[in-house]
Design a protein around this ligand. Structure first.
Ligand code: WT7
Length: 634
């Protein structure tokens, strides 16, 4: 077997071997990585015992694979180029040698602060280079990183810090985000009022705003410490199943879950999937527009590209600042060959004047990627024609925080790309469609709930501190199978098309938000009796948030005022990304006799499609349905 997949035949060969003889396949694949001790035990555990372990007796350090092993051949090759929020910002660039030194410096700073193997470090930062080097520095010394996206609120940040019992937080004084600044340090201070485990805060000054407060007993100036730190730090040799990071994500119920990814399997998965799907050549330049605060940034800004010795751009800003040509200006400036973004960004830029695209030379592009939500045909066609000049394959990569890396995706130039299809599974991935009773749909063409039937190296091993919740969430709906929460169709050539979530998880501009979380925030408003939140089709965001709110009897408040106040609660509890797009006041919510809210009806009304509401006779209060329809202007 050729280690690299360079043809359709290679793909077939890899896929077949990976599914018929997984032990043999993965033992062979593991050999293309650098281990302190090569693993002999390859796969243990299954979806019943949930004691899943990959490469268990192997020892490694993932940063050795990201950095050290490239130094001989690629020491002077560019690893990362940093583009700031504003085109006028100073441009920074790091070769592999330089990045290695920066990561070592940061690792020594962490050690000096008493951070040890398995300690948790939370990052709450904008996309400054130190977010990347900080994450890698944790991995260098065996500390566990947990990055919290800079758009989350103090309360959301506090919840995550407390849940993983972090010892240290790294933040910015403020973040630049387009024309705005966000007071990350102030939010961190607020969060830390309710946290008991954090000893120190490292502050990476970005705006140098004078109004930011510093606590001399707790806060330290990160750049100052880095400038004094030694630039050599031996990697800590980790067991393959030692924790690498925790990343929080929303589900249909309860508070966000801290998914735990471990070291060896995750490295192999991030490395393999990046290589196979993007098919980069040595001199290519890669740019993923995501934030390191999401799994996309972990696997395909930080780890995947570096494991493969690629050159990439990381970007601090937003697509529309200073104008809607920003992405294309960056593509031109760095001669990007591989460009990876989200449908919501594509749709937002598609809605702007085409001149923003035409003003730039995009001829360097070879491969385009899409991630985070289903890409609609119109956006796909625009991306293909206007950005890719009809010559670039579009890899529509389907995966999740839980999966660690790509699960179903074309491989650029190797397998076909068709609008709105994620197409074929990666080697090692066995997808299965089941009906609502869990019965496997065996016909080639089918539509159902998407499950995966066998463990893969990059899967999350548990929910931090709550293995039972892990079992409950993913493995009980269809016993013995991992249930993704997504629906999918399969065509006659066994290609998969993801249709979207079938559970109570919304996908707002590619951000995953649970309905229950938003409802809980809304219910904090003193006038609210109860609320129900659903997603509905939104031209730019993919899905918007529609909130139905039942107020106390006698509560008198104008809709606009209510909206403003509700937003304040949501901004406080979750963050601005979870603000509802539509609010409707109702006198009751449609409920089944067992008291469950019938969201199906609410989803239909929100999407203005009430032609077929299905059976409502089983409702406890069928009369509210007409009222809700009327209230929505239907
Ligand atoms: C959910 C996972 C994967 C990294 C970013 C999001 C949706 C993701 C696609 C795609 C259709 C997609 C799914 C999935 N999703 N990629 N290519 N086509 N849907 O990670 O926050 O864990 O969200 O995003 O619904 O379950 P996440």
């Amino acid at each position: 077997m050729n280690q690299n997949i360079s043809s359709r035949d290679d793909y077939e060969e890899h896929y077949t071997l990976s599914t018929t003889e997984p032990e043999k396949y993965w033992a062979q694949i593991a050999k293309s990585y650098d281990w302190k001790k090569e693993p002999q035990k390859i796969i243990q555990g299954d979806f019943n015992d949930l004691e899943i372990k990959w490469f268990e007796d192997g020892q490694l350090n993932i940063t050795y694979n990201c950095l050290d092993r490239h130094l001989e051949k690629r020491g002077n090759k560019t690893a990362v180029m940093w583009e700031g929020n504003s085109p006028d910002d100073e441009h920074l660039s790091y070769t592999y040698n330089e990045l290695h030194r920066e990561v070592c410096r940061f690792a020594n700073v962490l050690k000096d602060q008493g951070i040890k193997k398995w300690d948790r470090v939370v990052f709450y930062m904008s996309m400054v280079p130190e977010l990347l080097t900080g994450v890698l520095a944790c991995a260098r010394i065996g500390a566990v990183h947990s990055v919290v996206f800079g758009g989350f609120s103090a309360q959301a940040l506090a919840g995550r810090i407390q849940d993983c019992e972090a010892k240290l937080v790294v933040t910015n004084d403020e973040a630049y985000r387009g024309a705005k600044t966000i007071g990350l340090k102030e939010i961190t201070d607020e969060a830390l009022k309710s946290c008991t485990t954090v000893d120190k805060v490292l502050v990476r000054k970005r705006t140098h705003a004078s109004h930011v407060n510093y606590d001399s007993t707790r806060d330290l100036d990160l750049l100052e410490l880095l400038s004094q730190a030694d630039d050599q730090c031996e990697p800590e040799w980790m067991n393959a199943e030692d924790p690498l990071f925790i990343l929080y994500t929303s589900g249909s119920t309860g508070t966000p879950k801290g998914l735990l990814h471990t070291t060896g399997g995750y490295m192999v998965w991030a490395g393999q999937t990046f290589k196979n799907v993007f098919q980069m050549e040595e001199d290519d330049i890669y740019w993923c527009t995501a934030d390191i605060g999401w799994i996309t940034g972990h696997s395909y800004i930080a780890y995947g590209p570096l494991i493969n010795g690629a050159s990439s751009v990381i970007f601090e800003g937003i697509p529309t600042y200073p104008d809607a040509g920003r992405f294309w200006e960056i593509v031109e400036k760095y001669k990007i060959t591989h460009f990876y973004t989200a449908p919501t960004a594509i749709r937002a830029l598609q809605a702007c004047d085409l001149k923003f695209v035409k003003d730039h030379d995009l001829s360097s592009l070879k491969v385009l990627g899409s991630v985070g939500e289903p890409i609609n045909e119109e956006a796909w066609q625009w991306y293909h024609k206007e950005i890719g000049n009809e010559k670039c394959p579009i890899v529509d990569t389907w995966w999740q925080t839980e999966t660690g890396g790509f699960m179903i995706s074309p491989m650029a130039g190797i397998t076909e790309c068709i609008p709105s299809y994620a197409t074929y599974p990666q080697p090692g991935i066995l997808p299965q469609l089941v009906d609502n009773e869990g019965v496997q749909l065996e016909d080639k063409t089918a539509e159902g709930n998407l499950c995966i039937t066998q463990p893969w190296p990059g899967m999350a091993r548990t929910i931090w501190g709550n293995h039972e919740r892990y079992r409950q969430t993913y493995f009980t709906t269809y016993p013995g199978k991992y249930f993704t929460g997504d629906g999918a169709k399969r065509d006659e050539k066994s290609r998969y098309r993801i249709t979207g979530r079938v559970d109570d998880v919304m996908n707002i501009s590619g951000h995953r938000i649970g309905t229950a979380e938003v409802e809980e925030a809304i219910n904090e408003h003193p006038f609210v009796v109860e609320s129900a939140v659903v997603g509905y089709p939104h031209d730019i965001k993919g899905q918007g948030i529609y909130a139905y709110i039942n107020l106390n009897e006698g509560a008198e408040i104008e809709l606009d005022k209510l909206k403003t106040e509700i937003n304040e609660f949501i901004i406080k509890v979750i963050g601005p990304i979870a603000k509802p797009d539509q609010v409707q006041i109702v006198s009751g919510l449609p409920k089944t006799r067992s008291g469950k809210i019938m969201r199906r009806i609410l989803r239909k009304v929100a999407s203005k499609d009430v032609s077929n509401l299905g059976d409502i006779s089983t409702l406890l209060n069928p009369e509210v349905v007409d009222e809700i329809k009327k209230g929505a202007g239907l």
